[in-house]
Design a protein. Sequence first.
Length: 742
Amino acid sequence: MKLKVYKPKTLVLRRSRSFEDDYCRIMAAITATTMRQVAAFTLSVSVELLLFYASGFSVFHSVFGHFTRLWLCAALRWLALIGVSLLTLGVPKALLIRFITAHSLLPAVFETGTNAFYREESECGQLGDVRCWLMFSGASLAAALFWEITIPDTDEEAAGKEQKQKARVLFMRVVRLFRPDYPLLLGGLVFLSLASICEMFIPFYTGRVIDILGSNYQENDFLSALLFMGLYSLGSSVSAGCRGGLLICAISSFTCRIKVLLFGALTKQEIGFFGTTKTGEITSRLSKDTTLMGETVCLNVNMLLRTFIKTMGMIYLMMNLSWKLTFLVLMETPITGLIQNIYDTHYQKLSLAIQDSMGQSTEAAHEVVSGIRVLRSFNTEKHEAHRYYNCLMETHNLKTKRATISAVYLLARRLTGLAMQVFVLYYGRLFIQRGQMTTGKLVSFILYQSNLGDNIRTLTYIFGEMLNSVGAAGKVFEYLDRKALVSTDGKLQPDQLRGHISFRSLNFTYPANPNKTVLQDFSLELKPGQMTALVGPSGEGKSTCVNLLERFYEPQDGEILLDGEPLKSYDHQFLHKMISVVNQEPVLFSGTIRENIEYGLKGCSLDEIKDAAKESNAHDFIKQLEKGYDTEVGEGGGQLSKSERQRIAIARALVRRPQVLILDEITSSLDTDSENKIQKSLSSIPNQTLLVIAHRLKTIENADQIVVVSGGKVKERGTHRELMDMKGSYYKLREELFTEGN
Ligand SMILES: Nc1ncnc2c1ncn2[C@@H]1O[C@H](COP(=O)(O)OP(=O)(O)OP(=O)(O)O)[C@@H](O)[C@H]1O
């Protein structure tokens, strides 16, 4: 049976209206795009024709030389066309850029070529008309399309382009970070330009002096040439000094700023980050990469600008000396560019590998220094030395490879330079013989040529170098941009906190070992005014509870509530003032005992510090020290015994008067007397929530609640008496310990 489907008319109407709307919208968008393209085309053709005809005006011929006019017009047309495309169509596509470049440069190249080969101007050179224009347009389009079709991007090239694009973005980010130092940079830029301009004229006057000495000697000309030479030398030296000073100041200030930023970003990361990232890598980013990033980017920009200004100036002066020799010299550029490109690719890859390898050796050394006691007691000095040697050898091998590539590159560079010098000398001699050039001019030219070669090589090399330096910047930005996985943007700061803690069905795995579930459906209550003891075999998840309570990690499931509110909704500082932890391994920082106790607290009086030290049974031994509370504890508290360090760490926790106090296995480094005294003073604090993790079960017999943790779960719970009567895990644990103790 066929079912009749009822379609309400209104729905059909509505649908057709929305389709019409969409259709109209799409058509309007297409029309607008077409209009924009037509406008862009019309505007470009008008601007282009205007400039093309204007280049033929005799007034320009009289102001500029023939070739200067040609190339100046080419540059102007390129700029105008790119400008029009940018304004009307947005960022132009690669094909369009190629077309514009070919179209703008072709007339100048054509004219220069005709002149070089036939020694006469072409018809288009004298006064270009529409036929010439059409001919150049067609040729340019063909050249652009030919490029597009015959040289498609391979996957590697596309990846390389993407990498370069990323490098450019990074580079611009570094430049923006320099913003507060812009005045210094600007000053540096002014002196840089002055130094480059002054430097440029020195070879010119050298040639002039030779000519004056060689032909009819005029004392005035000679002295004025010497004077100018001296002035330019002086100007160049002074400006170079000022430029250097200003740039060093800018770099130093930038490095300092970026280090502070990175340090701040690092300290905000969750603890899991430090578990999965090697310490050597972090310190290497902080010390080496930040410096490298500021220095290389700034120095490279400086070198790039200096070289660019000098190159442009030199080409201009060389054109004046001999345009034919200049074109000959410029023919070296594509060969140099190619060699440079190959070299840069290999150099960059190896540099990155070297950076990583150096990070590994730093890491290996760091591990050894921090664990020197373990190393000594296990007699693994040779093993560690061998491991360190292997790391260094890897770096050494990579550096050797890089040095070999550099040597080959240098050889290729020198050979091309030498070949060009021979050509210039040969043709230069011919031109002198024909009277087209003087000896002084040839000397000036050769002086410029040797500098020009270096400058062009630097210009191409510096781009590779910039990509290198942004590699370091990329690593720094990676950490700067990293958002901590455990958020610290809670706002809650209640006036009163009871300290009631509930662990609700927690499931947790450490980020460094995601396959092992450490806590499984873990639930527990800690009540104010009560002491809870966590006991159980080693590695079952007791300290993990403390880590979660401290918000070092975020549980994957479940939540922890403090006075009924999720832990993450509390203000970060408030939470850590209210919950204090003393860990198994007390960590002190270099400084005095007083500084260590009041660590992180503002406006803490000496009396408060002394009270806390008395409660932790530290006051007596501190009193006996020559400088008392002002005694230096040494790096990591190394000048104190473990028990003394532990007691200072307890004082540090107590001075905050926390509502929740956690003692994670502190008794292992305390003698029984200290332990009793500390227990006594802690139990006298009313309404405090006390969580104790203990292996020495004797110390927790008085706890209000003893919790046996096993396999990441609460296995038993009750008072000492209740658990002993139960004869379960707690009972067995005690029995085992008792037997071990015996
Ligand atoms: N940072 C970490 N990354 C990965 N796994 C960890 C990390 N810390 C602890 N673990 C693992 O989690 C499990 C529980 O560790 P936890 O420190 O909580 O045990 P514990 O009961 O406190 O042991 P102990 O009594 O020896 O201190 C162990 O298997 C341990 O190897």
